[in-house]
Design a protein around this ligand. Sequence first.
Ligand code: ATP
Ligand code: MG
Length: 409
Amino acid sequence: MSFATPVIACTYSEIALKGRNRKMFLRKLLNNMQTALRGLGGVTIYHVESRLLVRLNDETQTAEAATRLHRVFGLQWVSPAIEVPRAELDAELAEDRETGHVPRLTQLCEAACQLTAESAGNARNFRINARRSDRSFGLNSLEIGAVVGAAVFHRYGLPGRMVEPDFVVDVLVLRASVLVFATKEQSFGGLPACSSGRTMVLLSGGIDSPVAAWMMMRRGSRADFVHFHSGRNADEADCAKIEELVRLLATWSPVPLHLHLVPVVPYETRAIGTIADRYDMVMFRRFMVRTAARLARRHKCLALVTGDSLGQVASQTLHNLAAISPDVSLPILRPLVGMDKHEITAWSHRTGLFNTSIKPYRDCCSIRSPRPILTARAIDLLRMSEEMGLEEAVREAADLAVRRDFAPL
Ligand code: ATP
Ligand code: MG
């Protein structure tokens, strides 16, 4: 009789390096995994020797569960596996030793053969990659590899190959069980969602800021979003694309995400006739950052996040970045600041945001005057702010913000 059962074996990344806070991070990670697997029937998660083993009542849900776990920040590898209890293997090994039989490892061989039948595809050779987390097992890694490898060879005629094999079966010996798995999917690492405070992300319809949001979410922050639109009110503004981006980002989050839609009219009405064309871009950015900071305080966010990348466009020259927000005391996090556009685009693809990001959208930043100043000075911007009444524009805009909520899928 076989007691081998399917599980999903997950490893976590940076949490392993944590000291006293490790427990808190692990608890968050476990909660987030439970939330991601909601609705899949009975799910049990065990913490075993630096691994999280997920057991499902309904085995047919394994693939769906693995896909969902792939979106849980903090996990490094997610591998559907077969778990074989140690008790039976140990007893069989003892019996083999007593009777002088060669070690059989019946259940491990069965599991490896099953995985080979399911996943080897057109592989022309294979390797058993055995490791022991618990070294009290009766055989060492090489011996385990030899026994299990021979079984696969006899059943399928597949030759073993140590270097660059087409197909690998991993065998990992733990204290109470042995895991056998063939597919190892790398997840995105990072820290568990909502483990490091809230941020207010300035979200445009472009490629950069959604990636910036994702990166900060991966570091454990809970994101609120603010988007500035040129409609008279949120219903008139066509923000479907922005909403779609937040909905996509919400699939990485265990909690609902909030989007604050803010009209730019309070800025426009005051800037016309006061702000020279070439200063309009930097002053408008100042308006956005100041308003976002005001909303951030209102919603208990500890930092702002933007998709700025140094020198990418006029508003992102070092001079302008330095001049735009001298009076904003919240930290402004710019996770993309040192990245090239092609690297940011690659992340946009990897995170599934790209196809939405390239949909046509007239962002209010893209309709500003051409030839903006590249070397603004803070002192000039502060003076212009007084002249145009920026403070009132910020207050008025923040008060007109409309909130939309996006539940995780
Ligand atoms: P993106 O691809 O993120 O739109 P970009 O390369 O187009 O960036 P800018 O238009 O200068 O660069 O915008 C820089 C940053 O300012 C954006 O990454 C975003 O954080 C913020 N931003 C721009 N427009 C808006 C907007 N309408 N609402 C909220 N934030 C915005
Ligand atoms: Mg933009």
